[in-house]
Design a protein around this ligand. Sequence first.
Ligand SMILES: [Zn+2]
Length: 285
Amino acid sequence: MRRERVSDDIYVFTSDLYAQVTASAVVTREGIVVVDTLPFPNETAEMIEYLTALGAGPIKYLVNTHWHGDHTNGNYLFDDRVELVCHKKCQENMREFGQAALDEARESTPILEEVELRIPALVFEEGELVIHVGNKSIELALTPGHTLDSTVAYVREDKVLLAADTVMPVPYFVWGDRHQFRQSLEFVKQYNLESIVQGHGEVLLRGEIPGAIDSSIKYLTVLEQKVAKIVQQGQGKNALDRLTIDSCGKSRIPLNGLVQDLHRANVYALYEEFTHNGEETAPQI
Ligand SMILES: [Zn+2]
């Protein structure tokens, strides 16, 4: 697990073990707000241990940004005094799909055997929820796209957006909705930002943010046009393999190259949408 700070009071923890998943903590003397967990129990336990040892306030809230296990598997490691928070849709998705997804993940990853599904009890539904702890205000807002329950957390005082999978090195929409994704990325642009903590990979600094968001919006448009052309010209599935992530304006390097798999899953999902003929299964990240 890698640890860094993006401001005096905001810590970011990044998984070394799976897809560079990030979790964050906003630390005040009155209490700590954690946003997301890490994929594996030992990583989340290490994060909790580190935060506890800071000698700041206790962990008061854990926010889940969406229902996917790589961001929520560690929920059960927080003690009962920690209030778990998420959007109503996230709670609904965890109730509906959480256990099955966890059971499936356990089959391929035995280290997840001890994980117990724990679903947040405190939810918000309309507009934004603002969590006030100490001198910090953390605004939660629904930003559907990666999933329909995706949420971002904006720390007003620090101008830091904990964006989770709404901002990734490549927009990954197979589990969500690409049209809403575009709108959500436009929404993200209206924040006054010093940095963005992506759900996977590197922190984006002020000067990098406009380019990263715009290239993600553009990626969604270009990809759609390219897949539509392949379908219209009846080129067949082999042509999809030639549709590289670079040709859609995104780098193939981030997340140790995993972005290429995510891109490929995007391509096949679009092809399926346009032809009702896909067969690929997509990784859940
Ligand atoms: Zn996800």
